[in-house]
Write a protein that binds this ligand. Structure first.
Ligand SMILES: Nc1ncnc2c1ncn2[C@@H]1O[C@H](COP(=O)(O)OP(=O)(O)O)[C@@H](O)[C@H]1O
Ligand SMILES: [Mg+2]
Length: 347
């Protein structure tokens, strides 16, 4: 039975009881006929008014309840973006508030789930793409060599060199993926030693000597002499520095300057790597730390690798209890920085 019918019925029953009482009084002659007539008119009048009031008040409740029913069926169809109006009697308003906060939570949870699902799909697509390219290149060069299509020694050597280069790229990518998954799963251990950061910097810079000379890039290094030993895992910090300096070189024009500074602050040591390169568009600054994210969508290997370098670097710095970030403006260049605490991070 509908809510409105129930309420109307209850109202009708109470009027009927009074009327029955009046009829009995009339039959038994307890009251005079004038009084009975007056009471009957009053009862019928009051009854009709009360019916009208019931009708009016229940419309409010019914409207909210109907809306809730409709919205619930939309939720059941997988549409979580629903809100209902918080109007009507207090209980209905409270119910509507609870309903709205529930649908908001559901909506948020559902979007997060969808995002992480999309993220996973994208990740798999990127990994597959980046693995397939070197593999197919290795395969085609190996086949060409096997088929005996190339006979001259110079071309053969060239093919073999390409195979070697692609194999290196492949193993580098696999190694990066493994490192990243280890860092993200939280299984990497923080096991610092007390090291002079300038020693690490100088050791890292050595590997870039030739490239810097070839490109006529000037290297300007400033080290705060108040900086003593700091706790770090030297190989990991070298890895971060290598990635940042390599990026700076790749994105710098020839004959420009890369400035590297090391500063001591109250509770941290800060490394700055500044270039005069292309800079990063503001909208993409946060995204470059995402796995596989590269500003150049072509995935041209001339500009760096697979887009995992910064994601790994950020994780490594966070493992040390530090932070890594960037200030950049298009056309002027970028300044990457990372800070390491001067004391060993508390677990
Ligand atoms: N110094 C820089 N100047 C301009 N863009 C940069 C710089 N460093 C990083 N980027 C942008 O961030 C992206 C991600 O960098 P990274 O994670 O090191 O990946 P990769 O070097 O493999 O491309 C780069 O592809 C590039 O678009
Ligand atoms: Mg890089």
């Amino acid at each position: 039975m509908k809510l409105r019918t129930m309420l109307m019925l209850a109202n009708g029953i109470s009027i009927a009881i009074i009327l029955v009482f009046l009829i009995i009084s009339y039959v038994r002659m307890v009251l005079s006929p004038e009084v009975i007539l007056t009471l009957t008119v009053i009862t019928v009048g009051a009854g009709s008014l009360s019916m009208l009031a019931h009708f009016f008040f229940t419309s409010q409740i019914l409207k909210s309840v109907n809306q809730m029913t409709e919205e619930t069926s939309r939720i059941a169809d997988g549409n979580f973006d629903v809100t209902i109006r918080e109007k009507g009697p207090q209980e209905i308003q409270e119910l509507a508030q609870h309903f709205n906060s529930m649908s908001e939570k559901l909506n948020r949870m559902f979007s997060e789930l969808k995002r992480s699902e999309e993220y996973k799909t994208e990740l798999i697509a990127n990994v597959s793409h980046d693995l397939r390219t070197p593999v197919s290149s290795i395969r085609s060069f190996a086949e060409a060599l096997q088929d005996g299509v190339v006979t001259d020694e110079k071309t053969q050597r060239l093919y073999l060199e390409t195979i070697e280069r692609e194999t290196e790229r492949l193993s580098h990518l696999i190694e990066e993926l493994l490192t990243l998954s280890q860092l993200e799963s939280g299984t990497s251990v923080y096991d610092p030693e007390w090291v002079h950061p300038d020693v690490i910097l100088v050791e890292t810079l050595q590997q870039f000597d030739r490239r810097i000379q070839e490109r006529d890039i000037e290297l300007s290094v400033h080290i705060d002499d108040k900086l003593g030993v700091i706790p770090m895992m030297p190989d990991q910090i070298k890895r971060v520095l290598t990635n940042l300096i390599q990026n700076a070189i790749v994105f710098s024009p020839d004959h420009s300057t890369i400035t590297i500074s090391l500063k001591k602050r109250e509770t941290e040591a800060v490394f700055f790597i500044k270039d005069q390169g292309s800079g990063i568009p503001e909208a993409e600054v946060d995204r470059i730390f995402d796995r596989f994210y590269r500003v150049e969508k072509s995935r041209n290997t001339k500009f760096g690798g697979s887009g995992l370098g910064l994601a790994i670097s950020r994780q490594l710095i966070e493992l040390h209890g530090g932070k890594l970030g960037v200030e950049s403006s298009v056309g002027e260049g970028s300044e990457f920085w990372f800070m390491l605490p001067l004391e060993i991070k508390e677990e």
